[in-house]
Design a protein around this ligand. Structure first.
Ligand SMILES: NC(=O)c1ccc[n+]([C@@H]2O[C@H](COP(=O)([O-])OP(=O)(O)OC[C@H]3O[C@@H](n4cnc5c(N)ncnc54)[C@H](OP(=O)(O)O)[C@@H]3O)[C@@H](O)[C@H]2O)c1
Length: 267
């Protein structure tokens, strides 16, 4: 983390004015992002996303790597260190080339101290089951959550160890019921869920009332173009989901927000 910038704390007001320089174990940043998380095995779903100032979830190259940077990466690593499982949609797995995920070694003591295992799981939700070969056949394949109507269920059964394939109740054609998917993860002891998107999965999770917290980075960029927003669902959230700021950090024009989402009745 030595090249990473120090983060200025803007919120919470009790810590405003402090600077968090990059340190190997990120102890203070872990404390900040761990504050308020359940420690009793209750399910908690946190989302981590990045957007430009004009609301895009990717740059012109259609991946988020072109709109994030070292400040965001500090929070990204810390959020992983506080999660049992990273949950992504198959679109993100395909576009971003996800493989096995891990927690940086210097962050592991802070992770252990909070009762988390050294290793973190990756879980991918897919209806169609069209997932990259290299992802499925790696040394530690992800948990794949799909429905019984998935057209590639046979292939998934062939390539994945049985305990990595979770066939979850759903609405047909491989779509899974997201509350059932999150419950299945909790049933495996993976109750601290970090979703890294993408926009379709996040929109559906929010619509289902499943997201407790949103960590959103604003990159000081405008990109125009046709990239979707960080939630990409056709329906409006009704009522709109209100959120309260928990923390706001700054470095080099990048703003890192942590928001608690309030429960609402999904439309
Ligand atoms: N700005 C950011 O922070 C950020 C974060 C992540 C990704 N991205 C970008 O977002 C883009 C990908 O967007 P996206 O919306 O396609 O990604 P996504 O939400 O990761 O993937 C959507 C796919 O997830 C699966 N899925 C979602 N809900 C499901 C359900 N209930 N049941 C079964 N499967 C379900 C489906 O997979 P199948 O198609 O396999 O059926 C669906 O097509 C990429 O360009 C990526 O770079 C940006």
């Amino acid at each position: 983390v030595s090249d990473a910038p120090a983060l200025d704390v803007l919120l919470p007001s009790a810590l405003a004015g402090r600077q968090l320089p990059p340190v190997d174990d990120e102890a203070e940043l872990l404390d900040l992002y761990a504050e308020g998380l359940p420690t009793d095995g209750r399910t908690h779903v946190r989302a981590n996303m990045v957007a430009t100032l004009d609301g895009a979830s990717t740059g012109a190259d259609r991946v988020s790597g072109s709109i994030n940077g070292p400040a965001d990466y500090r929070a990204f690593e810390v959020l992983r260190a506080l999660a049992d499982v990273v949950l992504i949609g198959a679109g993100t797995a395909r576009a971003e080339g996800y493989r096995d995920v891990s927690v940086a070694v210097p962050l592991r003591p802070g992770r252990r101290a909070r009762g988390l295992a050294d290793s973190i799981e990756l879980a991918v939700v897919s209806a169609g089951g069209d997932l990259p070969e290299e992802l499925l056949t790696g040394s530690r394949p992800p948990l794949v959550l799909t429905g019984s109507g998935c057209p590639r269920l046979g292939r998934l059964r062939d390539v994945l160890p049985a305990d990595r394939l979770l066939v979850v109740p759903g609405t047909g054609a491989g779509e899974v019921d997201l509350p059932a998917a999150v419950a299945a993860l909790t049933g495996l002891g993976l109750s601290r869920v970090l979703t890294e998107g993408g926009p379709t999965l996040l929109g559906r999770l929010v619509a289902a009332g499943l997201v407790d917290e949103l960590c959103l980075t604003w990159s000081p960029l405008l990109v125009g173009g046709t990239a979707v927003r960080t939630t990409n669902v056709p329906g409006w959230f009704a009522p709109p989901r209100p959120a309260s700021p928990v923390s706001l950090l700054h470095a080099d024009g990048v703003l890192l927000g942590r928001w608690r989402l309030h429960p609402g009745t999904p439309a």
